[in-house]
Design a protein around this ligand. Structure first.
Ligand SMILES: Nc1ncnc2c1ncn2[C@@H]1O[C@H](COP(=O)(O)OP(=O)(O)OP(=O)(O)O)[C@@H](O)[C@H]1O
Length: 265
């Protein structure tokens, strides 16, 4: 899809963060951060080590409650977002240090993401009563399609722990996608990957956004890898926002260049 076609797809603001500040004791992890995310957009949050990226992600998914600020998600205002409510409102995430069940198959791992969407109770499922059975079949089909989409058919029955790292990351992506999220948070999706794996992951991020229309917020340390996939980029440094805009604008922002050049921290 061309950038012009992508720009056309991008909709209204779905997530709006206003004046977010978060401190751990005396450590200011985030200071007065505001930015928004538009529907169908790929929005990156980048910054050197300790910039506050993980903290920001954890504010969005309700793991951390900021001392100040407001979050508006799909028109609903929150000063406190908890992780359960975030999940119910369609926020799913992947993890930098994979949260997969290593001994379980690819298929079963992705099904765990789907479980949250199952409505029939355990008892009905145990007895395979009519609607539960139909529901199970529909979920299975969704997951099988996802597996095809992610090109991991050959490993459906393989225990995840036996797969190379890049493929495990793809399974983790599948697990999050199985929730059919409205907003998908990716925690350093390319960290620890070789160049080929990074290229594959970039392609899948773009494909997910295009095929499923999923809004994506990703955090990443490495500026290079996200510039090609992101519509807009927020740059954090020492907990402050120092840049926000299209990748080209951000790349040329002197403050951003300075932060990255001096990025020994
Ligand atoms: N749970 C916590 N308790 C105390 N301090 C924390 C906690 N989490 C983060 N911090 C501090 O907040 C600041 C921001 O950290 P954060 O992990 O959000 O940055 P980051 O940009 O994700 O860094 P990295 O790229 O290294 O993962 C750092 O100074 C960090 O030490």
């Amino acid at each position: 899809m061309s950038q012009a076609a992508r720009d056309q797809r991008i909709g209204d603001i779905i997530l709006d963060l206003q004046n977010i500040s978060l401190a751990f004791g005396g450590v200011k992890a985030l200071t007065d951060i505001s930015f928004d995310v538009r529907e169908h957009e790929i929005r990156a949050i980048i910054g050197p080590n300790g910039a506050g990226k993980s903290s920001m992600l954890n504010v969005i998914n309700g793991v951390y409650t900021p001392q100040h600020g407001e979050i508006t998600l799909a028109g609903n205002k929150f000063t406190k977002m908890n992780s359960r409510r975030a999940a119910e409102m369609g926020i799913a995430r992947t993890f930098q240090n994979l949260a997969l069940f290593k001994g379980m198959s690819v298929l079963d791992n992705i099904m765990t993401g789907r479980n949250l969407r199952m409505t029939s109770g355990i008892l009905a499922q145990a007895f395979r009563l009519g609607s539960a059975e139909r529901e199970e079949i529909a979920h299975r089909e969704f997951v099988e399609n996802l597996i095809d989409f992610l090109e991991i058919q050959a490993y459906r029955k393989t225990p995840v722990g036996r797969l190379p790292y890049g493929l495990q990351k793809r399974v983790d992506l599948g697990r999050a996608l199985a929730m059919e999220p409205r907003i998908l948070l990716l925690d350093e999706p390319m960290a620890g990957m070789n160049i080929e794996e990074k290229q594959d992951m970039s392609r899948f991020i773009l494909d997910v956004n295009e095929e499923y229309g999923t809004t994506i917020v990703l955090i990443e340390h490495d500026m290079g890898v996200v510039m090609d996939v992101s519509d807009r980029v927020v740059v954090l440094d020492y907990g402050k926002k120092i840049g926000d805009g299209m990748p080209d604008e951000v790349r040329q922002n002197p403050e951003v260049i300075r932060a990255y050049l001096g990025a020994s921290h």
